[in-house]
Design a protein around this ligand. Structure first.
Ligand code: SAH
Length: 263
């Protein structure tokens, strides 16, 4: 008897709110026998996905944070391949969308090299979730926003880093900047952007998009570092920079708290 190899699904869990899971994500999660979970995946997502299942899949937490420093990427890829070759229905569940700063490229390559099929199921990326949380569009025509640039604040150690002046010039040309992993380097990022952008350019920060701990603040580019420090914003957070942030509606408290306040 030959062993059937199922395709491995790389699934986006969205920014945190379980209701933002796609129907396809929900289906493949419920059919899975092994799920490799990233630490940016909200707990509510797993609760919803496995609700009422007679046999839950085996969960493997392969987060990059938490107790130990990190699960090496190579280990995750080997595990994924091993389980799939053993006939398991493997889902690799990631926060946001797997294709946005999610290392999906490496994982797809590892699967292909092992003769396995990789299927990507999109999720809503946290930068888009952040825009929804603020009630602003990435490409608001009223302020002539002409596009959007998703950038990381953290580049590979062996690279020469981001060219923030070039990125700033894109913003000066009307492109909205959405910065992932930007908090730890925020001082340097803002300092370099200010070389080519006005200090009064609107900006906003949103932490824990889509969870009960979600909170946000609006600032100007010149004041962004102080606002982030004053409110103690930490990772995971999204920085949104551009004129579209002018109309950002922010909430310092969690959604739960504001619900209690207003009711
Ligand atoms: N694939 C993910 C991004 C992974 S990189 C996506 O599409 O969203 C990790 C970075 O994503 C974090 O440092 C943070 O900048 C951002 N991020 C992920 N989840 C987030 C969340 N719930 N709230 C705010 N930022 C988030």
């Amino acid at each position: 008897m030959t062993l059937v190899h199922h395709p491995v699904h790389l699934v986006g869990a969205g920014p945190g709110d379980p209701e933002l899971l796609t129907l396809k994500a929900l289906r493949v999660l419920r059919e899975a026998t092994v799920v490799l979970v990233d630490d940016l995946v909200g707990d509510g997502v797993l609760e919803l996905a496995f609700d009422g299942l007679a046999a839950r899949p085996r969960l493997v937490h392969v987060g990059k944070r938490g107790g130990c420093a990190s699960t090496p990427q190579e280990f995750i890829e080997k595990l994924m391949v091993r389980e799939a070759l053993a006939g398991e229905k493997v889902v690799r569940l990631k926060g946001g969308d797997p294709l946005v700063f999610g290392r999906a490229g490496e994982e797809i390559a590892a699967l292909r090299a092992a003769g396995l099929e990789a299927v990507v199921v999109n999720g809503i990326t946290s930068g888009l979730g952040a825009a929804a949380a603020l009630g602003i569009g990435w490409t608001d025509r009223r302020v002539d926003a002409r596009g959007v640039l998703l950038v990381t604040g953290h580049t590979r150690e062996d690279s020469d880093g981001q060219d923030w002046e070039a990125i700033g010039r894109a913003a000066a040309a009307g492109v909205t900047l959405v910065v992932y992993m930007g908090i730890s380097q925020i001082r340097g990022i803002v300092e370099r952007l200010l070389r080519v952008l006005p200090a009064d350019l609107p900006a906003a920060v949103v932490q824990h998009v889509g969870s009960e701990r979600e909170r946000s603040a609006r600032a100007t580019l010149g004041g962004l570092v102080d606002v982030v420090a004053a409110h103690g914003f930490g990772s995971p957070a999204i920085l949104l920079i551009g004129r579209v942030a002018e109309e950002a509606r922010t909430a310092a408290a969690s959604r739960m708290t504001s619900m209690y306040i207003t009711s």
